[in-house]
Design a protein around this ligand. Structure first.
Ligand code: DQA
Length: 147
């Protein structure tokens, strides 16, 4: 059994009403339920956390060390700006799957750059809420390969 942290960053608390033409109508609560249910079905422990604050996300990554086996991270806009989040991931040496609801590579140029990608084992983007299930599959498969 793996313990996994699903971490969501700024503005993702507004999913469901935030630019539904880009991010869809599924709420964060529904996504978190999907993730917890994934864990229950597949024998993993899934914990979810969201913050709009960069430091709180850094703290959550630090606190994951020794508690969780890996992280699914949608860092929102901090993906494109945050050296602090990149350094936090590098520091804890936990496997991270980078996730985005939208296809960041098909959007504005500034969204093409990801600091998270440099310290992640892989990136999933463009599949909407289903991406969380794909990311959990990828992470648990990765962890299984390591054990
Ligand atoms: C996002 C993509 C980011 O560029 C954006 O800033 C977000 C959401 C996504 O899930 O598609 O807040 O991470």
């Amino acid at each position: 059994m793996a313990s996994i942290l699903v971490l969501n960053g700024p503005n993702l608390n507004l999913l469901g009403t935030r630019q539904p033409e880009v991010y869809g109508s599924t709420t964060l609560a529904e996504i978190e339920t999907l993730c917890v249910d994934y864990g229950a079905t597949n024998g993993h422990d899934v914990t979810c956390f969201q913050s709009n604050h960069e430091g709180a996300l850094v703290d959550a990554i630090h606190n994951a060390r020794g508690v969780h086996n890996g992280i699914v991270l949608n860092a929102g806009a901090y993906t494109h700006t945050s050296i602090a989040l990149m350094d936090a991931i590098a520091s804890v040496e936990l496997p991270v799957i980078e996730l985005h609801l939208s296809n960041i590579h098909a959007r504005e140029e500034f969204r093409h750059k990801s600091y998270i990608a440099k310290v992640s084992i892989g990136q999933i983007c463009g599949f909407g809420p289903a991406g969380y299930g794909l990311a959990l599959d990828a992470l648990t498969g990765h962890l299984k390969g390591m054990s």
